[in-house]
Design a protein around this ligand. Structure first.
Ligand SMILES: *[C@@H]1O[C@H](CO)[C@@H](O)[C@H](O)[C@H]1NC(C)=O
Ligand SMILES: *[C@@H]1O[C@H](CO)[C@@H](O)[C@H](O)[C@H]1NC(C)=O
Ligand SMILES: *[C@@H]1O[C@H](CO)[C@@H](O)[C@H](O)[C@H]1NC(C)=O
Ligand SMILES: *[C@@H]1O[C@H](CO)[C@@H](O)[C@H](O)[C@H]1NC(C)=O
Ligand SMILES: *[C@@H]1O[C@H](CO)[C@@H](O)[C@H](O)[C@H]1NC(C)=O
Ligand SMILES: *[C@@H]1O[C@H](CO)[C@@H](O)[C@H](O)[C@H]1NC(C)=O
Ligand SMILES: *[C@@H]1O[C@H](CO)[C@@H](O)[C@H](O)[C@H]1NC(C)=O
Ligand SMILES: *[C@@H]1O[C@H](CO)[C@@H](O)[C@H](O)[C@H]1NC(C)=O
Ligand SMILES: *[C@@H]1O[C@H](CO)[C@@H](O)[C@H](O)[C@H]1NC(C)=O
Length: 352
């Protein structure tokens, strides 16, 4: 008994939409939409098919067709299923449509469905104040706008979803993103996708945050064999790129590029190499030190280079453990084995 009541209630709910699918149809301005019925083409044609919208009889098809003049050029009726196509959609077409179909020798069927016509989303753009942004010092915002019917906005940064956190917050409806204050991780490519059920448009914006220099480091061996060419390279996380200066044992050098090349390591060129990185926009400076030593002790130092080359082939067999340590250490420390014979002419900048 209960089950029967439940089934009746359920069928009562379904009858709400009748012979039209449950839910809701979406169309775009200028586009078209088809209201399909759930009826299969009958053996004998339907006696009547009639569609109406807001009290207007769009079409009444019996043995003749009566079409409302304003719809004459915009509709097509499929007499076999009762489906109606509506073209050249305008926003005013939004609303509830109803259909009445009378099959030959059967009861009349009815159905209702709601259409929403959306303007296509176009001309999406992100606006942001033109400020020089410096990490931890400046606040900014980005607003996403477009013309058309806007349903949702979804933001990404570097093609990953942008989430609210301690610095990032969204306005209601996601129109504006606030970054308070900006961080080095805020630097990057932002996209805002604006959607409605029939269209979407995406705008992009590169947010430049000046930061650093952070993580200044010198890439290079901390020891190398005498006579060896040594390349030191300084890196820093910095926007804009950092300017570098090098000091050696506390003395300023003329080298102001990322690379510091020692063509042939000598005792005079061992010591403390300091790379200072300077960001001309944030005006911050950071530095790091690499202590470079010759890895061989005195006996090795006096060996001719050619013999040193031969040593690598007979590693540790005939010579002291100190020497073999030096060679194996060197082989491990450098990804590219530098030539042991004199290399190409010295590159400026260099220090002998
Ligand atoms: C009425 O319209 C339908 C669908 O366009 C068409 O198939 C049918 O022939 C028309 N009937 C008359 C009498 O014009
Ligand atoms: C975005 O920031 C600018 C500059 O601080 C401010 O003038 C503007 O009102 C902000 N926009 C919003 C939507 O808060
Ligand atoms: C706001 O953005 C979130 C996630 O980024 C999304 O789930 C939500 O649908 C958006 N809301 C609106 C109204 O655009
Ligand atoms: C953002 O920067 C990238 C890489 O520099 C560039 O390819 C892209 O065109 C820029 N986008 C915008 C909207 O300026
Ligand atoms: C760099 O310098 C700033 C201050 O100038 C300091 O806060 C920061 O810890 C330094 N180090 C790194 C790795 O960024
Ligand atoms: C500095 O290095 C750390 C660890 O590798 C990294 O997480 C951080 O993002 C770096 N900082 C910048 C500004 O790139
Ligand atoms: C550093 O400079 C001073 C003064 O020019 C000089 O006397 C000293 O020898 C230099 N030190 C090195 C290690 O080059
Ligand atoms: C590096 O120094 C040279 C001369 O010493 C100078 O001409 C050049 O402009 C400097 N470059 C930078 C980036 O400071
Ligand atoms: C290099 O720096 C270390 C540590 O600061 C110091 O002990 C050493 O004396 C320095 N060497 C030279 C040659 O300045």
């Amino acid at each position: 008994m209960l089950l029967l009541a439940f089934l009746l209630a359920l069928s009562g709910l379904c009858r709400g939409e009748g012979i039209l699918p449950a839910g809701h149809l979406s169309g775009g301005v200028g586009g078209k939409v088809t209201f399909r019925t759930s009826l299969s083409p009958p053996q004998k044609p339907f006696l009547t098919v009639s569609w109406s919208f807001k009290g207007i009889k769009i079409i009444t098809s019996t043995s003749t067709n009566v079409t409302a003049p304003e719809y004459a050029r915009r509709i097509s009726l499929d007499r076999s299923t009762g489906a109606l196509e509506l073209r050249s959609l305008v926003p005013d077409d939004s609303g509830e449509y109803s259909v009445t179909i009378t099959p030959d020798g059967e009861q009349q069927n009815e159905g209702r469905i709601t259409l929403t016509v959306y303007e296509l989303v176009t001309k999406a753009v992100i606006h942001s104040p033109t400020l020089v942004l410096i990490e931890d010092q400046t606040f900014t915002n980005m607003s996403c706008e477009a013309s058309g019917s806007i349903d949702t906005r979804v933001w990404t940064k570097d093609d990953r979803p942008l989430r609210a956190d301690g610095r990032v917050s969204f306005s209601i409806n996601n129109k504006t993103v606030y970054i308070q204050p900006v961080h080095s991780s805020s630097h990057g490519n932002y996209k805002c996708q604006i959607n409605n059920p029939v269209s979407s448009a995406t705008a992009a914006y590169n947010l430049t945050v000046n930061y650093g220099p952070h993580n200044v480091s010198i890439i290079g061996p901390s020891s190398a064999a005498p006579g060896q060419r040594v390349d030191l390279r300084c890196t820093a996380d910095s926007i804009p790129p950092a300017l570098f200066t090098w000091t050696f044992n506390g003395n300023v050098t003329l080298v102001n590029s990322t690379e510091y090349v020692i063509e042939r390591l000598s005792l005079d060129s061992t010591g403390n190499y300091t790379c200072s990185a300077f960001n001309p926009v944030t005006m911050w400076k950071n530095s790091t030190v690499l202590s470079l030593r010759a890895c061989c002790s005195a006996p090795c130092w006096s060996l001719p280079l050619v013999l040193l080359g031969a040593l690598t082939l007979r590693l540790g067999h005939f010579f002291t453990s100190e020497v073999s340590f030096c060679l194996s250490y060197y082989a491990g420390a450098s990804p590219h084995r530098a030539p042991l014979t004199p290399g190409p002419p010295p590159k400026a900048p260099s220090v002998q």
